[in-house]
Write a protein that binds this ligand. Structure first.
Ligand SMILES: NC(=O)c1ccc[n+]([C@@H]2O[C@H](COP(=O)([O-])OP(=O)(O)OC[C@H]3O[C@@H](n4cnc5c(N)ncnc54)[C@H](OP(=O)(O)O)[C@@H]3O)[C@@H](O)[C@H]2O)c1
Length: 228
């Protein structure tokens, strides 16, 4: 039943993809990749940065175009419909709390709580960042998305050699459908994997992907792909 609601919402939303104001908090690799792609789809991007006037941020704003701007993090989210938290995973809960009132906004969460150890990388929180962010902003609609995809493929998914599915998790079907429509507009394929606590498994996928990069084991890549 939940899946049917999601599909109905997706159908409605994908027929009317609106130009949203999207606050992208964090101006690093993921923030820069998603921000430029969102602007290319007609959305207005407001970057949230600790230092919005640096040369690097000004260059990103210019490259993003379509009326993009940069502000301090809490100011950037004020007028936004959608907030993307492209920030260090172990700080995501604290950063969310510092953003002020996020009631009614959709929060896209691409973060991974990475705990770097001598043995490699492990999942650094007892639950998941999806749940931690939802608890930090209880009246917002958190949707886990994009956390298992390297930033290079956010810009150029075709270079992966085939379709890529983006796992989504969240408690609100309407919010997931809006994020799914955005995912589709980037030539990626959304898959609804259930409520926000399923972020635990989706974040686990990212740990598997990243861990070997910090060990002598061979590095590898994988993508989720829906059965046809
Ligand atoms: N790299 C990937 O391919 C990839 C793929 C999927 C998911 N992810 C996840 O996405 C998130 C961002 O990754 P990334 O590679 O984009 O990281 P990144 O390049 O290090 O960028 C993170 C940005 O967050 C902001 N930031 C840094 N420290 C902060 C602090 N103490 N408080 C508030 N903001 C801070 C900075 O922007 P300002 O300097 O402008 O404030 C920084 O540029 C991580 O959780 C990561 O696990 C990464």
């Amino acid at each position: 039943m939940r899946s049917i609601t999601f599909l109905l919402c997706l159908l409605l939303v994908s027929q009317a993809v609106t130009a949203d104001v999207i606050a992208v908090v964090g101006t690093g690799r993921v923030g820069g990749a998603l921000g430029t792609e969102f602007a290319a789809q007609g959305h207005t991007v407001v970057y949230g940065s600790r230092n919005p006037t640096t040369e690097a941020v000004r260059e990103l704003v210019a490259r993003t175009g379509n009326g993009a701007t940069a502000k301090f993090q809490a100011q950037a989210v004020e007028g936004a419909d959608i907030v993307v938290l492209a920030v260090p995973g172990m700080l995501a809960g604290d950063i969310t709390r510092n953003l002020g009132d996020l009631s009614g906004k959709i929060i896209i969460d691409p973060t991974n709580p990475l705990n770097f150890t001598a043995e490699g990388v492990s999942h650094g929180v007892p639950t998941s960042n999806g749940e931690i962010i939802q608890a930090a902003a209880p009246d917002a609609f958190v949707v886990k998305a994009f956390n298992v995809l390297s930033w290079e493929y956010m810009i150029d998914p075709e270079s992966s050699g085939g379709p890529i599915s983006i796992p989504l998790a969240g408690n609100d079907d309407g919010a997931k459908a809006r994020v799914a429509a955005i995912v589709k507009s980037l030539d990626l394929h959304p898959i609804d994997l259930g409520p926000i606590d399923h972020s635990r498994w989706i974040e686990g996928m990212a740990i598997l992907l990243i861990h070997n990069n910090f060990t002598p084991l061979p590095a590898f890549n994988f993508h989720l792909r829906e059965l046809q």
